[in-house]
Design a protein around this ligand. Structure first.
Ligand SMILES: C=CC1=C(C)c2cc3[nH]c(cc4nc(cc5[nH]c(cc1n2)c(C)c5CCC(=O)O)C(CCC(=O)O)=C4C)c(C)c3C=C
Ligand SMILES: [Fe+2]
Length: 467
């Protein structure tokens, strides 16, 4: 944490966190007990006019007058915690499921995996509680901590880094997961979690062609931040990393600049960097019964893994796309590799984008119109024991590779009920037979994480795992 003497980061609420009721009470106590408390600091350096004006936008002139009247009181602290956003851009933090899975995919991603650097159970629980409070605040468009970016003591680092001030909540979702290495290190259980690693949270096998870089692979914890605004997503990850200082370090992080999936029928299908519509045949939030069958985890077979009931498993793969080679490939070849048309995204067997592909139809040459080694045939449920997945990936470009090529691709994210049945066999088949994968893709990073069910007020990230 910041080490600030007025650090009023809300403790994990034990009876309903609400919008930081505990934190605000603590802040008020702090200001009463010291002339240098957070509430008196703005008086010393003047409260920003911009802050007052933005409040006018939220609460009207009355709110400004009220704030001015209570200038030296904890109203200033409350102001820092006030949402600077329209309610319509807030995705609820609490719920049966974590946000960021079936939430309509936002356009921007910042995902980070963290390694826990301490072995103390109490420290990890405290971290998860602090992250919960911060996540609840940021997803509501508020700053982290009781005093935020500009209302804390002048001689201490602020409790929020500030770059998302004025940006609103931007539909920010924060989705948290636990990697296999969270549970075991050097063959020993960590944090008193013997028997709590779910059987489905396997160590992923090596897939043919994998070129995984250790510094882009694995991680004890993962946070997927999705938002409409890239700075909102980056701010969220940065502040979680800041709060975790001394307990976690970032293992890898990935920015995504454009979604490559639709997770709701209300969304248009976006395109990936090969120029194809991506997400057409994805599972959608409206498919509730299919989500039960393919995305939401069950209680498992042992009592120790029941905490995952209602959660899901997040697979991440950083997949570099050899776009320079692709760009010199004919349209006929490109469509044949995917198995769909590039313009409309229709299956090569005919129809329009959402027509059901017919894998039996053959052309005049007697070959199937959707080739046996095409991506959509190999990925289709018919070829995979009936399994489906919810894809939620993003396009990325990370500069160049130093030898004249863009380092660009697709940061693949999928949520599945059980990776042993819903991911590994499909990935293995693709790694062996999908000509797209064999000739144009290179997997450079990988992760598998157990994503617990949603949060209740008063609870914290993964609380079922620790109780
Ligand atoms: C292991 C799972 C998958 C990986 C890895 C993957 C990578 C990948 N996919 C594309 C482009 C497209 N994929 C499409 C469909 C599709 N892909 C998967 C799975 C993986 N893709 C599935 C399950 C499906 C749906 C299959 C079906 O039921 O029809 C499509 C077609 C449009 C669509 O339905 O979304 C495209 C295009 C790339 C470029 C890529 C790696 C970089
Ligand atoms: Fe795909």
């Amino acid at each position: 944490m910041t080490g600030c003497p007025f650090n009023h980061e809300p403790e994990a609420p034990d009876g309903g966190s609400g919008p930081s009721a505990v934190g605000l009470a603590g802040a008020a106590a702090g200001s009463a007990g010291s002339a240098a408390g957070p509430a008196s600091e703005p008086a010393k350096r003047g409260f920003s006019r911009r802050g007052l004006l933005s409040l006018a936008g939220i609460g009207g002139a009355g709110a400004v007058a009220g704030l001015a009247a209570g200038y030296l009181g904890h109203d200033a602290v409350a102001a820092s915690a006030a949402p600077a956003t329209a309610p319509s851009s807030v995705v609820p933090f609490y719920g049966e499921r974590q946000a960021g899975i079936v939430t309509p995919a936002q356009d921007r991603l910042h995902m980070a995996a963290f390694d826990v650097t301490v072995e103390d159970r109490a420290a990890v629980i405290k971290l998860l509680k602090d992250w919960t409070a911060a996540a609840e605040a940021m997803t509501a468009g508020r700053t982290t901590g009781a005093t935020g970016a500009v209302d804390g003591p002048y001689d201490a680092p602020p409790e929020d880094t500030g770059e998302a001030l004025d940006l609103g909540a931007g539909n920010l979702t924060l989705t948290f997961g636990f990697g296999p290495s969270f549970f075991e290190k050097d063959g020993k259980a960590r944090f008193g979690l013997e028997g709590r690693r779910p059987d489905a949270l396997i160590d992923l096998p090596h897939f043919p062609g994998d070129a995984l870089q250790p510094e882009r692979t694995g991680g004890d914890l993962v946070v997927q931040a999705c938002a409409d605004d890239p700075q909102v997503a980056v701010h969220a990850i940065r502040n979680l990393a800041r709060i975790g200082f001394g307990n976690v370090r970032v293992r890898w992080s990935q920015l995504g600049f454009g979604r490559t999936s639709s997770t709701s029928r209300a969304q248009a299908t976006p395109r990936n960097l090969f120029g194809f519509k991506d997400g057409t045949a994805n599972l959608k939030s409206e498919d509730t019964s299919l989500l039960d069958d393919h995305v939401w985890a069950t209680a498992g077979t042992r009592p120790g893994e029941a905490w995952m009931s209602g959660g899901s498993y997040l697979v991440s793969r950083r997949i570099r796309m050899l776009i320079e080679i692709w760009d010199r490939t004919s349209l006929r070849e490109q469509e044949g590799l995917i198995g769909r048309t590039k313009g409309a995204g229709a299956p090569l067997s005919g129809g329009e984008e959402f027509s059901v592909p017919d894998f039996g139809i053959k052309g005049r040459d007697g070959e199937p119109l959707i080739a046996l080694d095409s991506h959509v045939r190999l990925a289709h449920a018919d070829q995979n024991n009936g399994v489906k997945m919810l894809r939620r990936g993003y396009n990325y470009t990370d500069g160049s590779d130093g030898v004249g090529h863009l380092d660009a691709g697709l940061f693949f994210i999928a949520f599945v009920k059980d990776p042993r049945t819903h991911y590994v066999p499909m990935q293995m088949a693709m790694a062996k037979s999908d000509r797209l994968a064999l000739e144009y893709l290179k997997h450079t990073g990988s992760g598998l994480f157990a994503v617990p069910p949603g949060f209740k007020p008063g609870g914290f990230i993964g609380d079922g795992l620790f109780t």
